[in-house]
Design a binder for this molecule. Structure first.
Ligand code: SF4
Ligand code: SF4
Length: 99
């Protein structure tokens, strides 16, 4: 299974107190503090969406948005009106009239 990826990491600069916790806790060094101490995304590709930065931020100032995964492709061909969304199981309907 491919690992998760981030589409975007947003920092609310009004809430961020430049404590550097998110930068320190990120296991893959996605974040780096700018000269003013505000975390910047240095390497978005490396983000595994572990959400440690979100969880550790004392001020809820950082938010990670996950990129849509490849599991979307599985549902792309068979979406039909009237069928409940999010149903994992697939069933094959027998043709009602043959000939
Ligand atoms: S979600 Fe995890 S990998 Fe991504 S920036 Fe936050 S701490 Fe780093
Ligand atoms: S943990 Fe939160 S408050 Fe601290 S630098 Fe990161 S975003 Fe800013």
């Amino acid at each position: 299974m491919p690992r998760k990826r981030a589409r975007e990491i947003r920092v609310n600069e009004a809430w961020c107190k430049r404590c550097g916790i998110c930068v320190a806790f990120c296991p893959t060094k996605v974040l780096a503090a700018d000269p003013g101490g505000v975390p910047r995304v240095a390497n978005l590709e490396a983000c595994t969406v572990c959400l440690l930065c979100e969880l550790r931020c004392p001020d809820f100032a950082i938010e990670v948005e996950e990129a849509p995964g490849e599991r979307q492709e599985a549902g792309a061909q068979g979406s039909r009106a009237g069928e409940p969304a999010g149903e994992e199981a697939q069933h094959v309907e027998a043709p009602a009239h043959a000939g």
